[in-house]
Design a protein around this ligand. Structure first.
Ligand code: TYD
Length: 130
C-alpha cells in the first residue's frame, strides 16, 4: 500500500491512520533494528494478530505464505506499507544495513498467538483452523 507523502524542501513527511490506512485497530507497535547481515526474523504465523509493516529506513523483504502460494514483498520506501492478515506464515529477510522495520499489530503480545513450527502451520491451514 502506498502511504501519503508530503514532499517539502524541509524534508518529507508520511503518516498512517488506523482504519483509513491500517485496516484494524492498533493495539501494539514495535520495531526491529540493528539486524546483522544475513539474519532472518519473524519466521512464524499468528492465529489472530494482523500486522502492518513499514521499512522506516533501509529495506527488507517479507515472504508471505498461505500454505500453498508464497510471495515476497520488498519494502524499500518509508511510504510503502504491507498489510499481513492473520493466519499467514511470514518471514522477514534481506535486511539492508541500518534498516528499521516498524510493525503495527491488532493484538497485544501473546506467546499463545504464535505458530512457530511450519509443519504445524500447514496442518492448521489444511484443517481450516486458521
Ligand atoms: P520474536 O517474536 O521471537 O521475534 P521475531 O518476530 O523476529 O520472530 O520476539 C523476540 C522476543 O521479543 C520474544 O522473546 C518476545 C519479545 N516480544 C515482546 O515481548 N513483545 C512484542 O510485541 C514482540 C514482537 C516481541
Amino acid at each position: 500500500m502506498e502511504l501519503p507523502r508530503y514532499l517539502d524542501a524541509r524534508g518529507n513527511l508520511s503518516f498512517v491512520e488506523q482504519i483509513n490506512h491500517i485496516p484494524f485497530e492498533i493495539k501494539r507497535t514495535y520495531w526491529i533494528y540493528d539486524v546483522p547481515g544475513g539474519e532472518a526474523r519473524g519466521g512464524h504465523a499468528f492465529r489472530h494478530n494482523k500486522e502492518f509493516m513499514v521499512a522506516l529506513s533501509g529495506a527488507f523483504d517479507v515472504l508471505v505464505d498461505d500454505g500453498e502460494n508464497k510471495r515476497s514483498f520488498t519494502l524499500n520506501r518509508s511510504y510503502y506499507g504491507l498489510y499481513v492478515p492473520a493466519g499467514l506464515w511470514r518471514e522477514m529477510n534481506n535486511f539492508s544495513t541500518n534498516s528499521l522495520a516498524l510493525e503495527f499489530g491488532s493484538e497485544h503480545y501473546s506467546q499463545e498467538d504464535y505458530i512457530r513450527e511450519y509443519d504445524e502451520f500447514l496442518n492448521l491451514k489444511k484443517n481450516g483452523e486458521i
